[in-house]
Design a protein around this ligand. Structure first.
Ligand code: GLN
Length: 539
């Protein structure tokens, strides 16, 4: 097993996760089995309780772990099989250490950051290596070098490198090489200082990934090589990609990153065959068709809040040879100005997951607009709950129908709290999480999309369709096309008379990959592409 640690310096948001994932892609294409993991130095046990404004999307794994969104990149860029083991936070480390202390496991010693916290961090790398097997583990350390809270992680990976020895461990540091317009120059000083900071801890990176807007010329490369003590080939340019994040592995390959890594770690492997990846990128960049799809949410201004949804739309677009123009619509604006202003002319409307009542009336108006105007509609998690509320109110005549999440006093709680959720006190890690099986109704749209009678999908919700209203909604035309195997929970609803109106309680966006678009996203984008504004007569 070989170990690669990826750190970041100068500023955050450098795309460390993407760089790490892209290296994973390249190594996989060279035939290696790659494992990816992320260390996050914050004190939350996991990001599950964090606001999207703080942290962006919470990415859910098969085993129900609520993790950092970088794990989404890992799953999309590689075939690594992730579980709760693959995302370690300071919160988890400290809580384990403190539990052990209370249990007397340290046999009277003073419990300290070094060695107890650092040992716990190192143990996780070993545990992942042992349990998952493979050729290479790529571990990304969240945060920026110089952050106080990141120190135990950096010390732990330093010790780890010392223990496994030269040739088995590789340190990659990602930095920013800013372009100063007034001087017309790229500046290497921030990189030098960030490497100096890493050296203080005892880590001398072997490879430096330089984020830059401009090409790194020979002079700049030479300077970084000399002052940061790496061979010139180890100064890797990571220029902002023009069109798509999926270009990053191709760019890194042009810079010979994978060659360097394999040489250093003594992994004799052939050049990667990137043909199918290149084809996918070409389909993303130069599609024949277009579709304008509106995403109606409440964190719309935030790039990262619906990351997997946007990626899944891109994958489905590529499979349909279609560029998806995503129009981000703030649900509260719809509440103020009505849906027509924002939704008119769209070829598809998607309502993603969410929590709390802000913007819900705007989302309900959007679902109604899609239903009444025959615009392809896709509801995800909260989006399904919204679709059910809208149908209950405006088709079944259940005035005031709502979810108990937003309106405790609603006369018609068509979305209510799941039985097992009623006793839950703590908020962290207590939702219905992870993979659950859904049975599909033969002859339904869902069945047609999946071409299967049973599916498994990832969940993250507390509330659900209230089965007391099943009959009313069904007799008014709503079809429950996916249920839990015992038939009790509604997992997918659809309107058969509509060209495409599908909503699911789970999060299909977490299972979409570049060359394997998710079937519902695939069908939705296809329907949007074919929607030209004239409602079909059946609708
Ligand atoms: N807030 C809703 C629930 O808890 C939906 C959750 C979601 O969209 N992820 O059930």
């Amino acid at each position: 097993m070989k170990y690669i640690f990826v750190t970041g310096g100068v500023v955050s948001s450098l795309g460390k996760g993407l760089a790490a994932s892209s290296l994973g892609t390249l190594l996989e294409h060279r035939g290696l089995k790659v494992i990816m993991q992320k260390f996050d130095p914050y004190l939350n046990i996991d990001p599950g309780t964090m606001n999207p404004y703080e942290h962006g999307e919470v990415y859910v794994l098969d085993d129900g772990a609520e993790t950092d969104l970088d794990l989404g990149h890992y799953e999309r860029f590689t075939h690594t099989n992730l579980s709760k083991l693959n995302n370690l936070t300071s919160g988890q480390v400290y809580s384990t250490v403190l539990e052990k202390e209370r249990a007397g496991k340290y046999q009277g010693s003073t419990v300290q950051v070094i060695p107890h916290v650092t040992n716990e961090i190192k143990a996780r790398v070993h545990e992942v290596a042992e349990k998952m097997g493979g050729d290479v583990i790529i571990t990304e350390i969240g945060g920026t070098v110089g952050d106080i809270e990141g120190l135990p992680f950096l010390e732990a990976i330093r010790q780890f490198g010392h223990e496994v020895g030269h040739g088995n461990v590789l340190y990659i540091h990602t930095t920013l090489v800013p372009y100063i317009k007034a001087a017309g120059e790229l500046k290497t000083k921030p990189t030098q200082q960030s490497i100096a900071k890493l050296r203080e801890i005892g880590i001398g990176p072997h490879i430096i990934l330089c984020r830059t807007e401009m090409p790194l010329d020979a002079d700049v490369r030479h300077k970084i090589s000399l002052f940061c003590n790496v061979p010139i080939e180890a100064v890797i340019e990571v220029r902002d990609v023009k069109h798509s994040i999926y270009e990053v592995p191709l760019k890194l390959h042009e810079e010979r990153l994978d060659d360097m890594v394999c040489k250093f770690l003594e992994l004799p492997t052939p050049q990667p065959d990137l043909t199918s990846w290149r084809k996918f990128v070409q389909r993303v960049i130069h599609p024949t068709h277009h579709a304008r799809i509106g995403v109606v949410g409440k964190y719309i201004e935030l790039q990262d809040a619906y990351k997997s949804i946007y990626e899944a739309l891109t994958h489905a677009g590529a499979a349909n040879d279609c560029k998806v123009d995503i129009v981000r619509i703030d649900a509260e604006s719809i509440e103020k100005a009505g849906p027509d202003l924002y939704l008119n002319g769209l070829q598809g409307i998607l309502i993603p997951g969410g929590f709390g009542d802000r913007g819900t009336e705007g989302k309900i108006a959007a679902a109604r607009y899609a239903r009444e105007n025959c615009i392809p509609f896709f509801g995800v998690c909260l989006g399904m709950q919204i679709a059910v509320i809208e149908y209950a109110r405006n088709v079944c005549g259940l005035t005031g129908a709502s979810s108990l999440e937003f309106d405790k006093g609603t006369p018609h709680p068509v979305i209510s709290l799941m039985e097992e959720q009623k006793k839950v006190i703590n908020l962290g890690g207590t939702m219905r999480l992870g993979t659950w099986v859904t049975d599909l109704l033969a002859g339904s749209k869902a069945y047609d999309l999946y071409q299967s009678a049973t599916i498994t999908e990832r969940h993250r919700h507390r509330y659900e369709f209230n089965s007391d209203y099943k009959e009313t909604l069904e007799s008014n035309g709503l079809v429950i096309s996916g249920t839990s195997p015992n038939g009790e929970l509604a997992e997918i609803v659809e309107i058969p008379t509509h060209p495409f109106f599908v909503a699911c309680q789970f999060h299909p966006e977490f299972l979409s990959k570049p060359n394997h678009p998710h079937p519902i996203f695939h069908g939705f984008v296809k329907a949007a592409m074919n929607h030209h504004g004239t409602p079909p007569p059946t609708c």
